[in-house]
Design a protein around this ligand. Structure first.
Ligand code: APR
Length: 383
């Protein structure tokens, strides 16, 4: 039997989409390669923009994040020129972030989806998508009027579109981060960005007992070479603890290398296959936009699919893509801006010195110019 929409992938994009489709009375099924514990245990992003929070709240998906999330309204920057705090909650549109670990959001979304009577099949891997038919490894095909590829940037949804000629625009930032998750309370009252000649270091709150840190590292770095001691020593140097006070250390729960890359597909879908989230575009984590873009796109795609199914007409899907792509590019433009603020060039030749001087000029205008601060606040919290 054919369902309305087959959703491939149970990340934030697929789960928001599934919930919103059920609310509109659309029959759907989610296929997820991993088992439920694996999906619910993946610690990733944690900063929700006001627009994503409004979408989740407006659709009855925010009870957990409203109860347990923390409101963040400030970030601070450190360098050899000192430290300053930007109260972005009082600048630009004056809006906060909600800090809520992504795996908790995913857990809430799965619960909500099942409570709405939704079907989700864990441990089921999509292998091929042809028209509305999804071939499943070792199982029976699942067919939908539409297929939503919410299976991340290495998924079959993206591969199917690109195999049929959809092109990609891509940027490699040329830097990597060692992403560390520590069993430690936050060390700073705000998100911290440290510029250092040894490379960027970042501090991002997650919960009262878990904190995310980032250390810029060379491409190809093996996380196994980074012992706990080495991580804390390097963080202390780059975050200038001698000057600004110690970090609250704890056991390292996870460490992984993230290569900063960004890409966007030139189209979000065609015919019966439509993508959302990382499948449609990967964004470097420098401005914490990935999960937020996934939520915003899923909401827009849900509306478009509902209309397309109701009227037997694909025009709403084309309109959805036309509205989403500029938003995606806007987020990329700011992420790129953040990336050049946080990462100075390597080396000590004339070009590297020029790049580093610009990096500090940008930091200085962020410290002193109200118009830059407003620009930052609007883009940092906006989607
Ligand atoms: N068949 C079934 N499921 C698949 C397949 C497949 N062939 N390929 C991938 N998946 C599943 C993955 O196991 C994963 O659970 O698709 C899901 C994709 O989820 P995410 O990677 O979280 O992507 P998305 O929902 O777009 O969310 C993007 O979340 O973690 C962040 O950095 C990410 O912030 C970004 C946001």
């Amino acid at each position: 039997a054919q369902v309305g929409v087959v959703i491939v992938g149970a990340g934030p994009a697929g789960l928001v989409l599934g919930n919103l489709l059920l609310d509109r009375g659309i029959d759907c099924v989610i296929l997820e390669r991993r088992d439920r514990a694996a999906v619910e245990g993946r610690a990733r992003a944690g900063f929700l923009a006001p627009r994503a929070v409004r979408i989740l709240t407006g659709n009855g998906l925010a009870a957990g994040l409203l109860a347990r999330g923390q409101t963040h309204t400030a970030c601070l920057f450190r360098s050899d020129r000192g430290e300053f705090t930007l109260d972005y909650g009082k600048l630009g549109p004056g809006e906060p972030h909600t800090v809520y670990p992504q795996q908790e959001l995913v857990r809430d979304l799965i619960d909500a989806y099942l409570r709405r009577g939704g079907r989700i099949r864990f441990g089921v891997e999509a292998e091929e998508i042809t028209d509305g038919r999804v071939r499943v490894r070792g199982g029976t095909d699942v067919t939908g009027r539409y297929v939503a590829g919410c299976d991340g940037h290495r998924g079959i949804g993206r591969a199917t579109l690109t195999a049929h000629g959809t092109r990609t625009a891509r940027w490699d930032h040329g830097v990597s981060w060692l992403a560390v998750l520590a069993a430690a309370p936050p060390s700073l009252p705000a998100t911290g960005y440290a510029l250092h000649e040894r490379g960027f270091a970042g501090h991002m709150a997650r919960t009262a007992s878990v904190t995310r840190y980032y250390l810029q590292c060379p491409r190809g770095t093996d996380p196994a070479d980074w012992s706990e001691d080495r991580i804390w020593t390097e963080l202390a140097t780059r975050m200038r603890t001698a000057e600004f006070g110690p970090l609250r250390e704890g056991a390292v729960l996870e460490k992984a290398r993230v290569d900063l890359r960004s890409d966007v597909l030139e189209s979000l879908g065609t015919g019966r296959l439509w993508l959302a989230g990382d499948a449609a575009g990967l964004i470097s984590p420098s401005a914490a936009k990935g999960a937020n873009l996934a939520v915003v796109q899923a909401e827009s795609l849900a509306r478009a699919l509902a209309e397309a199914l109701a009227h037997g007409d694909e025009a709403p899907l084309a309109r959805h893509a036309g509205a989403c792509l500029p938003r995606i590019w806007h987020a990329h433009e700011f992420s790129q801006w953040m990336s050049t603020l946080l990462h100075g060039p390597d080396g000590d030749d004339d070009t590297a010195r020029y790049g580093r001087a610009l990096q500090y000029a940008r930091l200085e205008s962020l410290r002193t110019l109200r118009s830059h601060q407003d620009f930052f606040a609007e883009n940092y919290t906006g989607i």
